[in-house]
Design a protein around this ligand. Structure first.
Ligand code: PEP
Length: 255
């Protein structure tokens, strides 16, 4: 398998951090630091920051993503944001199925699938998050959990559409905890995801799929994680809020 055939992607997931003013400041600090990146660089930001983020990154190599979207085109869904709204703004990526949405906001594989299909239909590129709970890992059912999520989240996504999908493997026990999966654990599950996608689609489609690792990735451990064959990038929470740390991860992915 030739890793260089795949696009390395480093995406920041800002979560519920940074006001529009702070977002502008952070992006103004990030953009010059990552201008020579040899990988795709994305900042996924809160809805209210999207406008200012798109403005601050115009003409740079930093792309902007949202942190969720609804599956309906419009209608009585108070507080929700449609794919058309994001697309019209110029947003390119959208994080879907993040474990915090699954844990705190009732997100299920069914709704992740609906959002994924809607995002793809609108021309957005979904970053679909999957990952096991600590308890599931301890019960030795990581592969069952991941296979189920991949199958359900990608249900009825065509091979053509899959070209615009990014998968983020985020073990829930490693998110925001400072507890990173070892590079071997990350590689093992990312390879399993690729094998699952190969079974569902075919080897060529699986080999072309960008699979990120996420979970306390930082400037200190990025090199080792990203050196693994099946780890094509990172979805970065905490470290994406510090320009120098985020830029160091981008640098590691550019090697
Ligand atoms: C995330 O929110 O997707 C994430 C990986 O967070 P952190 O890097 O802070 O663990």
């Amino acid at each position: 398998m030739d890793k260089t055939k795949r696009k390395a992607i480093i995406a920041g997931n800002w979560k519920m951090n940074k006001t529009p003013k702070e977002a502008k400041e952070l992006l103004n600090a990030i953009t010059p630091l990552v201008k020579d990146a040899d990988c795709e660089v994305i900042a996924c930001v809160p809805y209210v920051d999207l406008s200012v983020a798109l403005e601050a990154t115009e003409g740079t190599n930093v792309k902007i993503g949202a942190e969720n979207c609804h599956w309906a085109e419009s209608g009585a869904f108070t507080g929700e944001i449609s794919t058309g709204m994001l697309k019209e703004m110029g947003v390119e990526y959208v994080v879907l199925g993040h474990s915090e949405r699954r844990q705190y906001f009732g997100e299920t594989d069914e709704t992740v699938n609906k959002r994924t299909k809607a995002a793809l239909a609108a021309g957005l590129k979904p970053i679909v998050c999957v990952g096991e709970l600590l308890w599931e890992r301890e019960c030795d059912i990581t592969e069952e959990v991941i296979a189920r999520q991949i199958k359900l989240d990608l249900w009825s996504v065509t091979e053509e559409e899959l070209k615009n999908v990014v998968i983020a493997y985020e073990p829930v026990w490693a998110i925001g905890t400072g507890k990173t999966a070892t590079a071997e654990q990350a590689e093992e599950v990312c390879a399993f995801i690729r094998a699952t996608v190969a079974k569902l689609y075919n080897q060529e489609a699986a080999d072309a799929l960008t699979i990120q690792y996420g979970g306390s990735m930082n400037d200190g451990n990025a090199d080792e994680l990203l050196s693994k064959t099946n780890v094509d990038g990172g979805l970065i929470g905490g470290a994406s809020l510090v320009a120098e740390k985020f830029a160091a991860i981008v640098k590691a992915a550019s090697k």
